[in-house]
Write a protein that binds this ligand. Structure first.
Ligand SMILES: Nc1ncnc2c1ncn2[C@@H]1O[C@H](COP(=O)(O)OP(=O)(O)O)[C@@H](O)[C@H]1O
Ligand SMILES: [Mg+2]
Length: 217
């Protein structure tokens, strides 16, 4: 078993959280100590104590079985549901990779497996100069690509895979997730095209509202 996975999506709203939660449950069910992490989250709410909290982060916390404080699980939290680097600019913050790396390392020390969920797609900016891809390189984790099975997904998937390869990242596999109640037209043909063109295993095909099972050790 790998010590963790970095879950990226072909886009926002493709099922990264859905798959990250399922991965955490998979590892917990196997008896591992597992924890989720979301380096940056925009679109937060305020809880009763006025703390910013994000739905994805709450879902990851519930799915894991290792306690850690919010600063570590989710070092950067922003109120508006906009691109994280713009939300950060609005409050005068420059998210930095060192902070994210330190938080990740402290989770790694506490758990057998850390599941990190990205934000948006692979090249989502995190500040004026860097993107989530730079975070992935710094964390040097195997990647899991969640492909949102909808029209345009092959192009998005292949661009993402190429960008990972260009950075020397290891793609452990991809998950075909249907992020809508109605499956896309020609789902099977789209799956075969993805299978033929991505040089990494398909870890799971997840229909809408299905329990997710992974072809993972
Ligand atoms: N396979 C699925 N079955 C049921 N609901 C899903 C599935 N995949 C995604 N969703 C729902 O679609 C929405 C977007 O998915 P989410 O995992 O939040 O995407 P992302 O993290 O990539 O933004 C959420 O409400 C989520 O619960
Ligand atoms: Mg999410």
């Amino acid at each position: 078993m790998q010590a963790g996975y970095f879950v990226v999506g072909t886009d926002t709203d493709v099922g990264k959280t859905y798959v990250a939660v399922a991965l955490l449950r998979h590892f917990v069910a196997q008896g591992y100590q597992a924890v989720g992490m979301k380096p940056l989250a925009s679109g937060c709410k305020r809880d009763a104590n006025g703390q910013l909290i994000n739905d994805d982060v709450m879902a990851l916390q519930l799915a894991g079985n290792v306690q850690a404080d919010i600063e570590t699980i989710n070092p950067y939290r922003f109120l508006p549901a906009i691109a994280p680097h713009i939300a950060a600019q609005q409050v005068g913050i420059q998210p930095d990779i060192k902070t994210i790396l330190n938080a990740y390392q402290s989770l790694k020390a506490k758990a057998d497996v850390v599941v990190v969920e990205g934000a948006g797609g692979f090249m989502t900016p995190i500040n004026d100069r860097q993107t989530l891809a730079d975070v992935a390189v710094a964390l040097a984790m195997p990647m899991v690509l969640v492909v949102g099975m909808r029209l345009g997904c092959i192009n998005h998937a292949l661009l993402t895979v190429e960008a990972m390869q260009a950075r020397g990242l290891h793609l452990a596999g991809w998950v075909a997730n249907s992020p809508a109640p109605t499956a896309m037209a020609h789902l099977e043909e789209n799956l075969s095209s993805l299978q033929q063109s991505i040089a990494a295993p398909c870890l799971s095909v997840v229909p809408w509202q299905a329990e997710t099972r992974f072809n993972l050790p």
